[in-house]
Design a protein around this ligand. Sequence first.
Ligand SMILES: Cc1ncc(COP(=O)(O)O)c(C=O)c1O
Length: 396
Amino acid sequence: MGNYRMLARRCVETEMPVMVKIQELMRGAENLMSLAQGVVYWQPPKQALEKVKEIVWDPLTSRYGNDEGLPELRQALTEKLQQENNLTKSSIMVTAGANQAFVNLVLTLCDPGDSVVMFAPYYFNAYMSFQMTGITDIIVGPGDSKTLQPDADWLEKILSEKGDKPVPKLVTVVNPGNPSGVFVPKPLLQRISDLCKKADAWLVVDNTYEYFMYDGLEHFCLEDNHIVNIFSFSKAHGMMGWRVGYIAYPTEVDGLAEQLLKVQDNIPICASIIGQRLALYSLEVGPEWIRERVKDLVKNRELVREALSPLGDDAVKGGEGAIYLWAKLPDKYSDDFEVVRWLVNRHGVVVIPGSASGGRGHIRISFGGLTQADCEIAAQRLQKGLKELIEVGMVQ
Ligand SMILES: Cc1ncc(COP(=O)(O)O)c(C=O)c1O
């Protein structure tokens, strides 16, 4: 037996993943309904899965592929980026999901000791990626109290402060957001981008939920030599376990491709070949397939919104995109994890504590992982639980 001091401080001082804590909480509980994990209930397109079945015996499926991704997939993604995202000057690296894409970028763009900026409530895995790569100066900016959109005035101040501290090296935004589902409109993201450019800071935008837009809002991407975009196949194509995502990075930046390759070669070498093939076949099915499924989530969102009504209208924010709503618990319940534990044990429904995203006293509710029929049951339980919480308290 060694001791704790033998472990890397970088890792020891990184938060424990909230999903690991939640899985522990759920262990042994029967008949639980989950509005917790950020997943979708559908599987990849049937046609694509059928095609993948045919290539398992192909020897190439079992070999390593190019570090940056299968040429056919990168070609198809180049076309997709041009047609759907208006990104015409970006190069592509395929990764083992968007989370690995983010770690690649932190390792490539930041040094230990650099400052970085994210906005509350933030995506917990991005926070942990900073922590475990030695970025200890993580500056968390505020969101607007009504809309939760990032506060660009605050960012302007942070990026122009001339003190002993270096200007932040990287700013990151998830659009639409996790854990809030808040959408950052184009003029605001453009302003954030302009501020980053002026300060020589990178802007990393995570577009994992690009297709998950509601109420007529349209997703968009920005492109420039200080912007890197991240994408994922996990939610859109129901491919969570296949682990495929990609980075669209500025081709014109000298040396960026080489540095990214060093990191890639030392972590996955390449994303799984069969996963990349499934991604390619799924792309061939076209984006309409995704949009049809996303359209159906609107009903789930409304069920969950209704379930949150005991907290009051002002308490619930977000949900313009992605698969999340973000809700404030009454002031006396600042220990959100205790409320989550109580909801699990007494009401058989699980959500994510907001403190995992820097939002103590809040909860994140995912409406993507259940079919409408199951979502109805989960939402009823949540509503009953919240009503009891407000009217009586956390009775056992
Ligand atoms: C904003 C965001 N980025 C990345 C990921 C992880 O995606 P992937 O499965 O592609 O690693 C998630 C998953 O919840 C997410 O919400």
